[in-house]
Design a protein around this ligand. Structure first.
Ligand code: CA
Length: 232
């Protein structure tokens, strides 16, 4: 069973971006533009977890957090902060938040944080069925975050893990470098898409039978990459 979440964030682009990622993972998602609206929705919908931005018009995230915590002791609260300041973090936790994520963040990382919080709360949001992804000789366990070729475990970095997860969830889909960048590095990552090529090259050395003539991760010239998952 995936969970029910409420996103409280006044910036509609960020809100939409978070919503899409949670919906894709089977969550029921409610959105609020202001703290006041967020509190109302929580009262009506009784979600498992609230994702709460600190910088909101009117009542700010800290105040919303304090009110929600008082009224709903068992509600999971994850704060979003744009400022990477320890003071903000500490204050967020003092106001009763369970966790916080600093913007910009990777959408999958936020999903994983929600799952981790759910586990701490004694709930299981693991997506039944797709917890273990299989493709050709490869297995990706999204619970332990381990990756195997046949029986052999292959060490992958967190970014490589996210690339593999994206690929294995979408076999044969042609991904542009920009799409991979958005999904793995986050929507407002500023940098060269060459970082994708560097990561793909390293992944190929780890997973391909012959890295110089790759069969599993195919290059699509002028576009990006495609996961084939089999060596035929
Ligand atoms: Ca905001």
């Amino acid at each position: 069973m995936a969970g029910k979440i409420v996103i409280v964030e006044d910036e509609s682009s960020i809100r939409g971006f978070i919503r899409i990622n949670f919906q894709r993972n089977g969550y029921t998602v409610f959105e609020a533009e202001t703290g006041e609206e967020g509190i109302e929705i929580v009262r009506q919908e009784h979600p498992d977890i609230v994702i709460l931005d600190i910088m909101l018009p009117g009542m700010d995230g800290f105040e919303v957090c304090r009110i929600l915590r008082e009224e709903f002791p068992l509600l999971g609260i994850i704060m979003l902060t744009a400022r990477n300041l320890d003071m903000d973090r500490i204050m967020g936790l003092e106001f009763g938040a369970d966790d916080y994520v600093v913007k910009p963040f990777n959408p999958m990382e936020l999903v994983l944080r929600v799952e981790a919080l759910a586990r701490r709360m004694g709930k299981t949001f693991d997506r039944d069925g797709d917890r273990v992804l299989k493709s050709g000789p490869f297995t990706l366990d999204t619970y332990s975050q381990k990756f195997y070729k046949g029986e052999e475990e292959i060490d992958v970095t967190p970014k490589e893990y996210l690339i593999l997860k994206l690929f294995m969830e979408n076999p044969y889909k042609a991904f542009s470098r920009d799409e991979i960048l958005d999904e793995v590095w986050g929507y407002d990552y500023v940098g060269d898409t060459k970082i994708i090529d560097v990561n793909i090259r390293r992944l190929r050395r780890k997973i391909e039978d012959y890295p110089s003539s790759p069969k599993f991760i195919e290059t699509i010239w002028g576009v990006g990459y495609r996961w084939k998952g089999s060596n035929s």
